[in-house]
Design a protein around this ligand. Structure first.
Ligand SMILES: [Zn+2]
Length: 436
């Protein structure tokens, strides 16, 4: 089995303990009323739309800028597009500052006078005000977190080496890093090949498109590093502490992720289990969390047939486990259960907390299973409509099928209220059960 180089492996064992940190219990009401902020979607729209309008407005001036070679405008390369997309979608709370930086760059390139100067000054003032407004609104969550940290008591042990999850490079989504490295490696390889295989032997004679690709990738890497550093410094200034929160994806600043199509090796893998024989466990891609393997659809213990063959009573014995529902897993499985989750590393919007497996819960109730982990802190357009994010152990997102689209014949409906879950499981022939 492939193993990823993170500390998740230590969570389940509990035998090894790392650093002790204080913990604060957060009630359902407190989590529900965490101060709101402007959703990332609106921050992005309020930044990039005016910036695009500004660029379109001054494009003829930019074309005549003494600082830009005319051939610059004929090249739209893969890495430049990747950089622009990564900034638009990954800019998050820092987008207005990026807008301000780009606006200042345009101001410098044009050295404007008269009306143009006034328009650019207004644009710069707008980006600055937007950045400050977002900063002030975001500060409300940080104040709340500081208060909770002061009130934190007791201690909870991180798993051995789990401190690594709070490092600088963990502050940004792996997707952005992969995009930046991909954008850098591709043109570098092409340039290297050109240098080795052609008559071109000076850097200046190399294909300009690839040189600009390298420049775009370096800019993206630089911005990613800067944003990561800022988030890491914010985490350091807040200090590490844990929060025991309700496991409900519809409230609070962080959504939840669930591992779908996965079984927890330690609890689920038995002699009869054939999940490891599944193609997907041939593991071309490293598992994001090495405690899990792919759940096979034909395993005699975890497969579709095995789940459907159980009596209703036997089904209730496994019905609280996410793997049972495969692709059809949704947030209904948590509704009404009052389960709780201990997280650490929440330091503001955009931070990426991780779960800590606690030996006991201060607030009582049951600890959500290891299949559920926090997602990064992000204000959605509507918290109550937020969905549980389901991912495979390899980190790929699963879009849950809905029962409304189901065309398979129904076997039965099993009420999950005896388990404390406010939902029904609908079993269907030849497929995983649905939660409604
Ligand atoms: Zn199995």
């Amino acid at each position: 089995m492939a193993t990823a180089g993170n500390s998740q492996a230590g969570y389940a064992g509990g035998a090894t303990t790392g650093q002790q940190i204080p913990v604060r219990q957060v009630s359902h009401e407190e989590w529900e009323t965490v101060p709101r902020t402007i959703p990332n979607f609106w921050v992005a729209a309020a930044t990039w739309l005016p910036l695009v309008a500004l660029v379109v407005f001054v494009r003829s001036d930019l074309l005549h800028s003494p600082y830009l070679d005319t051939s610059f405008w004929n090249i739209v390369s893969f890495s430049m597009v990747a950089t622009v997309l990564a900034m638009i979608f990954g800019g998050g709370r820092q987008a207005p500052w990026m807008g301000l930086g780009l606006g200042a760059g345009i101001y410098f390139l044009l050295a404007p006078a008269g009306d143009l100067q006034r328009i650019l000054a207004v644009a710069l003032a707008y980006f600055l005000l937007l950045a400050l407004a977002v900063g002030v609104l975001d500060g409300r969550l940080r104040r709340q977190l500081r208060t909770w940290k002061r009130e934190a008591a007791g201690g909870i042990a991180l798993a051995q080496g789990q401190e690594r999850d709070f490092g600088i490079f963990k502050q940004m989504s792996p997707t952005v890093w992969n995009l930046a490295l991909g954008a850098l490696i591709y043109p570098l390889l092409r340039l290297g090949w050109e240098l080795a295989s052609t008559e071109v032997h000076s850097l200046h004679d190399l294909d300009e498109g690839y040189r600009l690709d390298v420049l775009a990738a370096v800019v993206l890497l630089g911005i990613s590093l800067l944003v990561s550093l800022l988030r890491w410094m914010r985490l350091k200034s807040m200090g590490l502490f844990a929060l025991e929160i309700p496991a409900d994806h519809r409230i609070g600043p962080t959504s939840l992720r669930a591992y779908g199509n996965a079984i927890l090796i330690e609890k689920e893998e038995t002699e009869a289990c054939l999940c490891r024989n599944d193609d997907k466990n041939g593991a071309k891609k490293e598992f994001a969390d090495p405690r899990f393997i792919f759940c096979s659809e034909v395993c005699p213990v975890h497969g579709v047939h095995a789940v459907n063959q159980r009596s209703a009573e036997e089904f209730l014995g496994i019905a609280a486990q996410p793997w049972v529902y495969g692709e059809n897993l949704n947030g209904k499985l948590l509704e009404g259960t009052g389960q709780r989750l201990v997280i650490a590393g929440l330091s503001g919007w955009g931070s990426r907390p991780v779960s800590v497996r606690a030996s006991l819960l201060y607030g009582g109730g049951k600890q959500a299973s290891a299949y559920f982990v926090p997602a990064s802190a992000r204000e959605p357009l509507n918290r109550t409509k937020r969905r549980l994010v389901v991912q495979t152990p390899a980190g790929e997102s699963i879009t849950a099928d809905t029962f409304e689209n189901n065309e398979r014949a129904e076997i039965d409906r099993i009420d999950l209220r005896p388990l404390g879950v406010e939902a029904q499981a609908v079993r269907v022939h030849g497929g995983r059960p649905f939660l409604i």
